[in-house]
Design a protein around this ligand. Structure first.
Ligand SMILES: Cc1ncc(COP(=O)(O)O)c(C=O)c1O
Length: 486
């Protein structure tokens, strides 16, 4: 369970601090349904940019932001639909778009899920304690951003090979940015850095997304509800919701899938990863280019009993699709081949892992022989906003994009097969779950009994914990009432 013990002294301090700084906090209910956001906050948002360092932007931690860079309020869940003409599979793939969150990525939600309980219980003191955000990129951007909104100090940790855009922006926002050795899949190095910081004696609170349940809790509650709302719209008679596909970095986004399985018990949860680092598929390891995912370990917060499929995606496919979807000649070729021109203009809403998710969804659809009556849902965590530099690097590496490249890249997508798609048996799931032992018990000092509870006492472990969201909301509401600004 998430610890909700009240620390009264710090709580009093936090209330006084937020009153002084003009800060109030959104409840999870508001993030699910922004109609509930107070009018006073909506008035403020009308003049505030999406990424501005203004505490009212905490209320923009929702999938329902109006797609505007400034002054936007709330509307429908941001998404777009990928049809057969683009994907080559018969099922439609609905992609939620993370582009319209502050910081341009949905990970800011996970950071709030981890931080909010600490603030409203008084377990975390933003005036005194530095928040540490270990991440492969977007989570530490989100964490540094939220810390900034709270006018408190943050340390962002991410691997040195992440995209330039991430580092440039972070250097302006986070008090301290620590680059750890390696790429994407070098999470052990990030954990080592956390231990080093812990031992330094500095007053720090490490919000470790890989083992903080606030991370999947946010997705279970907010992303899960956003998808359910969309499905109410798309599931016309005769249509089926077949599955939810999410790549795993910290394993948080998969949390929405557990919610969806409660609501649509015949749907499947599909975890995607890079073929170059196939830890879930076959205990593999390696470096890859899908930023944000696949970390040579199984996150503590990943619920394997609810994971039905693992799909590994060759990272070359997203790299080539990135060019196809964003180069002028690529977009022209897509339109000529029959893809709707409006959709083509929206394909820049897919970052690299979003394209990876699309590829995994296609594999899942083909493996399961899905038809036009089936709907799949997946996530575009971030967008091309964070990868322009990657596009330039690809041009330097491979030359200017040509018509021939575009044709070959379209063929690459239509030729996606079901290879590296694994339907998990009970013991396949257990084998992956057991891998947690080596990272979490041996290395990181977690409790083996809890590991066993995750598996053997599954229903009592996971669902009461997710249901704590109502208690957290109650604490947030009481906190706001005592701040007294709404
Ligand atoms: C671009 C991108 N895609 C996917 C993910 C994976 O999401 P999660 O950590 O919730 O598994 C991340 C995580 O940081 C990310 O930054």
């Amino acid at each position: 369970m998430i610890d909700l013990t009240i620390h009264s002294k710090t709580l009093e301090k936090n209330i006084a601090y937020c009153r002084e700084k003009g800060i109030t906090l959104p409840t999870f209910a508001m993030m699910k349904n922004p109609d509930m956001v107070p009018e006073k906050i909506k008035d403020q948002l009308k003049t505030i940019g999406l990424w501005d360092l203004h505490s009212a932007n905490l209320y923009r931690i929702t999938w329902n932001n109006e797609p505007r860079d400034t002054g936007g309020l709330f509307g429908r869940v941001n998404h777009f639909v990928l049809p057969q003409e683009l994907t080559g599979c018969r099922a439609k793939i609905i992609m939620l778009s993370g582009r319209w969150f502050p910081t341009g990525a949905h990970k800011v939600g996970a950071t709030y899920g981890c931080l909010a309980p600490g603030l409203v219980t008084g377990q975390f003191d933003p005036q005194k304690t530095k928040a540490v955000w270990p991440s492969t990129g977007n989570y530490c951007r989100g964490g540094a951003y939220i810390s900034s909104l709270l006018a408190s100090k943050a340390i962002a940790i991410l691997p040195q090979e992440m995209s330039k855009e991430r580092f440039e922006w972070l250097s302006q926002i986070a008090g301290q940015v620590i680059a750890t050795p390696g790429c994407e899949s070098n999470v052990k190095e990030i954990f080592d850095k956390c231990w080093e910081l812990k031992k330094s004696g500095e007053d720090l609170r490490i919000f470790n997304q890989f083992d903080e349940m606030g991370n999947p809790l946010w997705h279970y509650t907010v992303t899960g509800k956003a998808i359910e709302t969309l499905l109410e719209q798309y599931l016309t008679p005769g249509k089926r919701f077949a599955g939810y596909i999410s790549s795993s970095g910290s394993g948080g986004t998969l949390g929405a899938g557990y919610y969806l399985k409660q609501k649509f018990p015949r749907s499947k949860v599909v975890a995607a990863e890079a073929l170059q680092c196939p830890t879930l598929l076959n205990n593999g390891f390696g470096a890859h280019r899908i930023e944000g995912i696949g970390d040579k370990h199984v996150p503590w917060v990943h619920n394997l009993k609810e994971t039905d499929f693992v799909v590994a995606v060759d990272d070359e496919v997203p790299m080539r699709a990135l060019r196809l979807f964003n180069e002028t000649l690529g977009k022209k070729a897509l339109v000529n081949s029959g893809v709707d021109a409006d959709l083509v203009e929206k394909l820049d809403l897919l970052g690299i892992s979003g394209i990876g998710n699309m590829v995994a969804a296609i594999k899942f659809a083909k493996y399961n022989e899905l038809t036009e009556d089936d709907l799949l849902v997946s996530i575009a965590t971030d967008s091309m906003q964070l990868y322009e530099s990657r596009l330039n690097e690809l041009e330097q590496e491979r030359g200017v994009y040509t018509d021939t490249n575009a044709i070959k890249d379209m063929e690459l997508i239509s030729a996606i097969t079901i290879d590296h798609t694994k339907e998990l048996s009970y013991y396949d799931r257990k084998a992956i779950h057991n891998l947690k032992y080596y990272t979490w018990i041996e290395q990181q000092g977690r409790d083996v009994e809890e590991l066993n509870d995750q598996w053997y006492d599954h229903d009592n472990y996971w669902y009461p914990m997710f249901d704590q969201v109502d208690s957290i909301d109650k604490l947030i509401t009481e906190f706001n009432d005592r701040v007294g600004l709404l």
